[in-house]
Design a protein around this ligand. Sequence first.
Ligand SMILES: [Zn+2]
Ligand SMILES: [Zn+2]
Length: 330
Amino acid sequence: METKLTVAISLGSLVLAAIGGLIVRFHLGRRRADRVWAAARYPKLKDVGTVKHLTILPLIDRYTARDDLVGEPGVSYLVRADDTTILFDVGFNRRGEHPSPLLRNMQALGVTLEEVDYIVISHLHLDHVGGMEYQRRRTFALSKEPLNLEGMTAFVPVPMTHSTARVEVVEGPRVIAPGVASLGPIPRQLFFFGWTPEQSLAVNVEGRGIVLITGCGHSTIQRIVERAEMLFDEPIYGIVGGLHYPVTASRGVKFGLPVQRILGTGKWPWTPINREDVEAGIACLQRRHPQLVALSPHDSCDWSIEAFRQAFAGAYQDVLVGEEINVVAD
Ligand SMILES: [Zn+2]
Ligand SMILES: [Zn+2]
């Protein structure tokens, strides 16, 4: 009996110590993220250029436009900006399949790897790099079986490796291709996942303005928009992608816990993302009068999507696997 009690007390102490460690790490990390943000002052991005036609084709996201396509709570978008084609994130592949949902959707949509010029990884999270195994190994994978990506460059926001692709760490805002730039990593401290730098893409469409493409949106819409305004004179025309608003439900439920509401919020676990956060995000965007808003359902709940749809009315478009989002020069 006494032994059992001692074991219970020891285990309890360990759990308390672990929670205490997470609390201290979170507190310090948030302050560090604020310091990094305050210190990050960049000049305007010169010579970005413009594109005449931007197409964003979701290859992986939670909802699909057709029954023969696979939906999952991850992100992979094919971004076509005039002559440049970018694979933005590589999906989740939750079951570790080969061919992965990404490859199956690509085939169903007639997309081949040969047409992809660059890969851009928004951040090192399982639902964007092809699964937990690859997040742990600090790499990315389009499918369970390795694909030969020789000759391909992948732009990543933190040090990562790949067995065949050339990997380039993006340290700050930079041009990636004509009319296409990375906003540079914006870090956020997450309670369980820890330090999370995330980059978004900005595409400058002639006569329209900047279209932002986001992954999970952990950096927050406020900081993403502010960074874009620091780098460009053009107005923000639109935003497509994840902003992490799991308010009334979580896409990922593990052990009965709404993990998205707890894991990726950048807030304390006992004060999850709420309606006021979504309203603040909407208000921040409304002040820019965007003509295109498309919220990824992979990390936002249906309530948040509905709130965005109502707030942006005619400017709102659904993110559906297989359905192109187009922006054409004015
Ligand atoms: Zn995500
Ligand atoms: Zn994430």
